[in-house]
Design a protein around this ligand. Structure first.
Ligand code: PMP
Length: 366
């Protein structure tokens, strides 16, 4: 696949074309995909520059850009996997209704796959999650049911209580249940982990991954246990969530956190805590400020869980040496939060400094 010469520019110039022409070679990477589902996965990886440099880190930090999936997040991978598994198992047939509880990104993925494959789709999501996610799911044709922020996940008003009630009421409906569906971690075991190993030529010392359903860290962690057992797997869990081990790490007065997509008030079946070597707890302030820095300093148009993950990664990376590599996952994008942490006004109203103020005032600068 040699780069192709832009011969037409020379020809145009010979003919006396006055307008400027590029001299750059170009190379076509991909052929036309049959539909957008074929564009899920195979996301790029990029080195972080400014943030590790300012912190004086010796190791390299590489970010896997999952927000470049067609639906805007890592959860496209599992939406496609669990829907296609259900089709193969004969559980999902044309005309059926898919019901799924989600913090939004699986909802977008499921709505996207449903739009292409022609299923009806109902997403149950807490009021905590952004309206931007609602708008995207509605545009994809999904119906949205919001549950109160204060409702426990398993209570009748919570995301699972409501999903189960809808399933009973709606004939020909199916709950995919990403929280217990083996296809969730398997999607990452089969694809995300393989891509990371290939992109880094198997040279990964530390992997830092946030957990929501835990599917990402479980699937990647299991593959790494098998093929790269020396890689340390670090789990990221917000203060106010209960995933970390030892449990003493979870002790806090925090009952609400702004970071979306990470942490719950229960440990899901899809999270295998035994694959995690160490848990790092994160708070909203460090997470939201880091997300803003990733946008401004690295040009990564990411969401809040990316900020939490990179903030945790920085704490781990201070102990790494030159020649070592740390990989982080960037799960979703700025699109989900345009009226939230991306807004200076929103940040200031909650007492968080915006990027302008923090560039030179972060803890590793002192
Ligand atoms: N970040 C975001 C923004 C998410 O939506 C999710 C999914 N809940 C995650 C991270 C965590 O992924 P997982 O469910 O695989 O643990």
């Amino acid at each position: 696949d040699a780069p192709r010469k832009c011969t037409w520019t020379e020809e145009a110039r010979k003919k006396g074309a006055a307008f400027p022409h590029t001299e750059q070679d170009w190379k076509m990477n991909n052929k036309i995909a049959p539909n957008v589902l074929n564009l899920i996965g195979n996301t790029p990886m990029v080195e972080l520059n400014s943030i590790p440099k300012k912190a004086g880190l010796k190791c390299k930090i590489y970010a896997k850009l999952e927000y470049l999936n067609p639906g805007g997040s890592i959860k496209d991978r599992i939406a496609k996997r669990i829907i296609e598994d259900a089709e193969k198992q004969g559980l999902l047939k044309p005309g059926m209704t898919i019901i799924e509880a989600s913090s939004g990104n699986t909802g977008v993925g499921v709505a996207l796959v449903s739009a292409i494959k022609g299923y009806k789709c109902i997403i149950v999501m807490s009021e905590k999650m952004s309206n931007e996610k609602v708008a995207v799911m509605r545009a994809l044709g999904a119906k949205l049911i919001r549950t109160p922020i204060t409702a426990d996940s398993y209570s009748p008003d919570g995301i699972f209580g409501v999903a189960r009630r809808l399933h009973k009421e709606i004939p020909d409906s199916l709950i995919l249940d990403q929280f217990s569906n083996p296809g969730n971690p398997l999607a990452h075991y089969d694809t995300t982990a393989e891509e990371i190993l290939d992109q880094c030529d198997h040279k990964i010392d530390v992997l830092v991954v946030g957990a929501g359903t835990g599917g990402t860290i479980t699937g990647i962690g299991r593959k790494f246990r098998e093929v790269s057992p020396k890689t340390k797997i670090i789990g990221v869990d917000p203060e106010g969530s209960v995933f970390a081990i030892p449990d003493s790490l979870n002790q806090t007065n925090v009952t609400f956190f702004e970071v979306e997509g990470l942490g719950y008030d229960f440990v899901p079946t899809s999270l295998d805590q035994t694959v995690v070597d160490r848990w790092v707890k994160t708070n909203d302030e460090e997470s939201l400020i880091m997300a803003r820095r990733l946008i401004k300093e690295e040009g990564l148009l990411c969401g809040t869980s990316s900020g939490a993950t990179v903030s945790a990664a920085m704490k781990v990376a201070v102990d790494l040496k030159e020649g070592q590599n740390l990989v982080v996952i960037i799960p979703d994008s700025i699109r989900n939060y345009l009226t939230k942490f991306v807004s200076d006004h929103w940040m200031e109203a909650r007492g968080f400094q915006t990027c302008e103020n923090v560039n030179n005032h972060f803890w590793w600068d002192y």
